[in-house]
Design a protein around this ligand. Sequence first.
Ligand code: FES
Ligand code: FES
Length: 159
Amino acid sequence: MTTYPVRFLLNGTPVEVDVAAQDTLLETLRNKLWATEVKNGCGKGDCGCCAVLLDGRAVNSCLTLAVQANGKEVVTVKGLGNEDDPHPLQESFIRKGAIQCGFCTAGMIVSAKSLLDENPRPSPDEIREAVSGNLCRCTGYKKIIEAISDAAPKCSPSD
Ligand code: FES
Ligand code: FES
């Protein structure tokens, strides 16, 4: 099978990986770069679990070809913060109890980050719209909307 070298920044670190033309960014991140924080839910664009930032915009990585990331910047939920230095969205999701099983959380936070970068003070309806492509089977969404709303004043685009 013909493969192509693809280079991009992954959470700030330059990576190079050989991919086939049909490989998705999701399978490349998880299976070749071990970015298993990016979740594989439906694999067809329905659930938002696999969302990552591609040059700052949230995309479903299951619908994005790995070759499309060439020369770009990919940020996963891990690139936003960690246990020692959490992003305000991560801190708010924990504090508000917006995480139950956690399967949707990585994609939810990535979508929220993309929203807040464009619209730093979104209304609850705007938040609902922004995460409408992210399915959660556990929380009923109320705490998720509250967590994003609470985090908004504490976020800056550079976070
Ligand atoms: S795994 Fe990509 S949208 Fe569901
Ligand atoms: S917390 Fe379980 S799917 Fe959202």
